[in-house]
Design a protein around this ligand. Sequence first.
Ligand code: SF4
Length: 493
Amino acid sequence: MGCGIFGVINYDNQPVFPYVYWGLRAQNHRGHQSHGFLTYSNGEFYAYKNLDLVPKVKGDAINEWFGRLPGSIGIGNVRYTTSGKCDDVSIVQGTQPFTASIDGIKVALSFNGNIVNTQPLKKEMAENFPNFVYNCDSDLVCHKMLLGLKQTNDLVLAAKSVMESLDGAFSVTGITGDGTFFAFKDPHGIKPLCAGHDPKSKTYAFSSETVSLDMNSFVRDFELNPGELVTVSKEGFKRIQVIPNPRPAFCAFEFAYFARPDSIFNGKYVYEIREDFGRNIVKEFPQIAKDGDIILSVPETGDDSAMGVHEESGLRWERASRRHRYVTERAFILLNAERYSTIDKKINILDAKVKDKRVIITEDSIVRGDTTSVIIEKLRKAGAKKVYVFVTFPRIIGPCFYGIDMSSYGQLVGSRHNSEEIAKIIGADGVCYQSLEGLLSAIGKKEDELCLACVTGKYPTPCAQKIADAMKKRFQEGYEEKGRIYENEDVQP
Ligand code: SF4
């Protein structure tokens, strides 16, 4: 599932709830459907979970939260669903952190990602845990970890068994029943997870994005390696490379869309990379840039690339698309029925500024095409003469199985149409995608260091590749895709 995770441990027995709280609030863009906190004190887990955004805590209410969530170790999660059902009851059931226990062994866990080989894992968990109920893939990660702890009585071996048997993406923070904090990344490191510390208070923190370390005034230390486990306990802070020499496959979509612009990946702020994306598109499509009068961004993920387009082309970046500050849902991670009306209500176009103008819009990506087409329709109504779309993420041709909710070929306009056809469908005069080469040069990584599966069709994990191939064949044969087909038994290898 698409999520933001956070975890923190303090060695001076100080309560950590405020760190987890601000860590999650800084990452609410990674999941708005539900949130959850879990702390550990004297051998007990204390949890609070609810729907929607992380709430505001006002005045004296903080004392109530401290009472509810005591302890010096904590983990948390903000979530949007890419596994399991999407009704309110199921979203509550799928809200993390999860806990599981057997024979006096227990574990709590928060993860970001998505598990692909769910069918064999469901079977294995049902065989080992008589009361096992599957709601979503978090049940599998948590119970697989518990099973590893039960079978080996060793945290490193348990994490190894998770890394070796789960196909998919998983960055994890967790706590064992004896109060050991742990964090690890899957062997491809598809999802982000970084570590930091507070030099003043013996506090160590782990977060999907660096922005949550910044917001807590922590020092940023390192991004975990693919296949790496970190444990923090009375025995100290340990980094263990559980899977040697893994093939890294960090999600390239984080750079274009998912991450906050003020987070740092690969030593650069995400916004700097997005500015380079904008510069690259101007270099790749100089004639189109010359045919524009003004640049407009789809706020806010298009803002930074708009700056790059402005600097490279010299065109004015007209701030004529304004976003409603308090409509906070991200269009892409909304359910279909909610999407159109929210985009329409969220973005206002300043008519007088676009009338009779040739407009270049900067967009982070085109998934279904509906977000962009609503904006174009509004621009046309406002009197724009021409509308071109500069798209920073290359054309998405295949589903994601790793925690971004684009799960079938049918929903992706780019899986069926080239850029000229997409321009017609969304009502644009032209759609210009940044090339893969441009994307890689701006990020500063090679193709075989990233996951680019939704662009290239080459999936870093074997089960995902098999399912993608089977789904593609069926799609081409006209089979009707219903929901997340990779969750169906008949496409699981
Ligand atoms: S398939 Fe695309 S969105 Fe999914 S992890 Fe890979 S790059 Fe990211």
